[in-house]
Write a new protein. Structure first.
Length: 154
């Protein structure tokens, strides 16, 4: 499936976060939110990105933007990641990659000539009506909180 584009409605979903709590698309009706997909907990680039979002969390929150992470890791892995880096946002355990597939970010990748399926690091900015207003493909992990704020026009 192709990556979802700006102007499209974000697909309905129901998923589980790090605490086993259900998260649904409908939970965000009337809210601005950033759904950020990343490959793996506790890896160097993913940690830099998550810590940047942690450090910019209060600024985003003041602007009314909710941040939700998504990776194929399970709840236990997410809990370790959150505890180790004091992450203040929820992370969806997309172990089946169903959510990544719905957003079109589960794709063939290549490293050292080896092909494999994985997450394309991407953030979707979604408005109060559930419409994708911006897709940040290959975000700058060291400045991602600012990229999100700018994407919402702040």
């Amino acid at each position: 499936m192709a990556m979802l584009e700006e102007g499209k409605k974000a697909p309905a979903f129901s998923a589980i976060d790090q605490d086993g709590q259900k998260i649904k698309m409908s939970d965000f009706k009337g809210k601005k939110w950033a759904l950020y997909f990343y490959p793996k907990d506790l890896t160097s680039t993913c940690t830099v990105q998550a810590c940047n979002l942690r450090d910019g969390f209060k600024m985003l929150e003041k602007k009314g933007i909710t941040v939700i992470g998504v990776s194929p890791d399970d709840e236990k892995s997410h809990l370790k990641f959150i505890a180790k880096h004091e992450l203040p946002f929820r992370i969806i355990a997309d172990t089946s990659t169903e959510l990544a597939e719905k957003f079109g970010v589960w794709a063939e990748k290549s490293m050292y000539g080896r092909k494999y399926m994985g997450i394309l690091r991407t953030t979707f900015l979604i408005d109060e009506k559930g419409v994708i207003i911006k897709v940040i493909a290959k975000p700058n992990v060291k400045e991602h909180a600012d990229e999100i704020a700018k994407g919402f026009g702040f």
